[in-house]
Write a protein that binds this ligand. Structure first.
Ligand code: FAD
Ligand code: NAD
Length: 475
């Protein structure tokens, strides 16, 4: 007889594990199956985010930002630091330790919540039965009233540059390098390219980013993107736009990348090439042919607004379904589905999902860009406040960047907030909350912000939208 559960979640990443915990909180009998295997052969919950994505990348970004600040900012504070040196092995050990403790934490959370955690591969069969193949090959079957598919995503491979994991590497490889490459080529000037390019640049690599599009950071507000491009250039991160990669050849310990740009065919030699051109939904061996679950033309599991697949009581959440591939989006969907299964109200506000790029300065936004508002013909007003005019930012030697707030001229509702500067990823939470509560620019103007804080820049940007900023000249 198959073990029977109220809910079986396939995938224990940031979409799947919150779904499992919330379902258990709702009094349901829950199992969560996860297939993740680390490179040392160990199993771990947490998916891409904890094992090979958000957490290890932020650990390295933090370490290398400290290095960068020691090298470039200490002198301005009057601190003479000589002999600042990097021990990459220690830095990587710290990264691995954080990952280990965070992924171990999920196992403890499962235990405390009463979720049955299973390491192995799950496959949805017809009739909401789930076949489990453990890592030693043993097969078993679970029966479920509800199944939540949360199988995540995998790096997109370029046909012209297939991963060999030695010279042509993916983001996971790039997080675990044991030596700093002399010359690094990054294909893709998106989020991963900028974050991991920054890590290795700060550690001393010569980094060239090849981006296919002519616009830099096309998904971001272009005023923000322009400022980011200036800052990255200053840091020595070379970004070549309009670069169409055609192939690569490895020989004698180096790899030569061929690409074409406006001026013709180009070649670039590097020790390593990180391919970071996006991620694809991962559904390999997830669905039996008669499971009834359909994929869309891009390989995502087809779902409605509420994450229903169309097969009764089979749901899908996170990177394997439409929408931004972000851990917090998956988490929200996972919790919402678990609440819907329990008959509770749940809502995911897809219009208000913050994005953060953890470079230095950080880049963060929520809502619409100025380009999107223009394209939609929306009558908007814009308020910009530079961190150079914020006392706390100056005290932090972090005067680069600005806050830009966009609001409706007709209703004063906040339509978008775009921040480039220190702690932008933290500051965007206030803007997100304001937009979630449908706040107006005036609401932010009338909210008292502690002085001196970086958050005052958001307050002033709201004032600037009505040309009432105090600490900068209204233009
Ligand atoms: P995943 O995290 O991919 O988890 C899916 C899990 O399901 C995996 O453990 C997988 O092994 C398992 N699985 C798949 N198929 C099966 C099966 N058949 N049976 C059992 N288990 C299965 N997002 C952010 O929001 N912030 C960041 O700072 C950020 N940084 C990132 C940095 C990098 C380098 C990368 C690569 C990604 C980053 N992301 C970040 C994106 C984030 O990691 C993903 O959006 C998030 O992990 C998606 O969560 P998920 O649960 O849908 O999928
Ligand atoms: P991305 O979509 O952010 O960027 C990919 C970039 O590669 C784009 O600029 C695209 O134009 C470019 N590109 C595509 N094909 C190319 C080609 N052939 N040659 C050159 N350039 C090419 O994808 P990513 O950086 O790989 O990240 C994948 C996902 O992971 C994203 O959805 C992102 O949201 C998520 N992620 C999030 C964070 C974060 O939230 N801080 C960090 C890392 C990753």
């Amino acid at each position: 007889m198959a073990d029977a559960f109220d809910v079986v979640v396939i995938g224990g990443g940031p979409a799947g594990y919150p779904a499992a915990i919330r379902a258990a909180q709702n009094g349901l009998k829950v199992a969560c199956i996860d297939a993740w295997k680390n490179r040392d052969g160990g199993t771990a919950f947490g998916g891409t985010c904890l094992n090979a994505g958000c957490i290890p990348s932020k650990a390295l970004l933090e370490s290398t930002e400290l290095l960068h600040r020691a090298q470039t900012e200490f002198a301005a504070h009057g601190i003479a630091a000589s002999g600042v040196a990097v021990d990459l092995a220690v830095m990587q050990k710290r990264r691995a330790g954080i990952v280990r403790s965070m992924t171990g934490g999920i196992a403890s959370l499962f235990k405390a919540a009463g979720v049955t955690g299973i390491f192995g591969r799950g496959r949805l069969l017809a009739g909401r039965r789930v076949e489990v193949t453990s890592h030693d090959g043993a097969k078993s079957e679970l029966a479920a009233r509800h199944v939540v598919l949360a199988s995540g995503s995998a790096p997109t491979e370029l046909k012209s540059l297939p991963f060999d994991h030695q010279y042509i590497i993916d983001s996971w490889d790039a997080l675990e390098l044991a030596a700093v490459p002399n010359k690094l080529c990054v294909i893709g000037g998106g989020v991963i390219g900028l974050e991991l390019g920054s890590v290795w640049r700060r550690l001393g690599a010569e980094v060239v980013v090849l981006e296919a599009l002519e616009d830099f950071l096309a998904i971001a507000d272009q005023q923000l993107a322009g400022e980011a491009a200036r800052q990255f250039k200053r840091q020595g991160l070379e970004i070549r736009l309009g670069a169409k990669v055609t192939g690569a050849a490895a020989a004698n310990g180096a790899v030569t990348v061929s690409y074409a740009d406006r001026t013709g065919a180009q070649r670039l030699s590097a020790d390593k090439v990180i391919v970071a051109v996006g991620r694809r939904p991962y559904t390999t061996n997830l669905l039996a042919p008669d499971s009834g679950v359909a994929l869309d033309e891009r390989g995502f599991i087809r779902v409605d607004e509420q994450c229903r697949t169309g097969v009764e009581n089979v749901w899908a959440v996170g990177d394997c379904v439409r929408g931004p591939m972000l851990a917090h989006k998956g988490k929200e969907e996972g919790m919402a589905v678990a609440d819907r299964i329990a008959g509770r109200y749940a809502h995911v506000n897809y219009a208000v999902i913050p994005s953060v790029i953890y470079t230095a300065p950080e880049i963060a936004w929520v809502g619409q860009t100025e380009q999107q508002l223009k394209a939609a013909g929306t009558d908007y007003k814009s308020g910009v406040f530079p961190f150079a005019a914020a006392g706390r930012a100056r005290a932090m030697e972090a005067g680069a960047g600005f806050v830009k707030l966009l609001a409706s001229r007709a209703t004063d509702a906040i339509l978008g907030v775009h921040i480039i500067g220190a702690m932008a990823g933290e500051l965007i939470a206030e803007a997100t909350l304001a937009m979630e509560f449908q706040a107006s620019a005036e609401d932010l103007q009338r909210t008292i912000h502690a002085h001196p804080t970086l958050a005052e820049a958001l307050h002033e940007a709201a004032l600037a939208a009505d040309r009432r900023a105090i600490d900068s000249i209204n233009r």
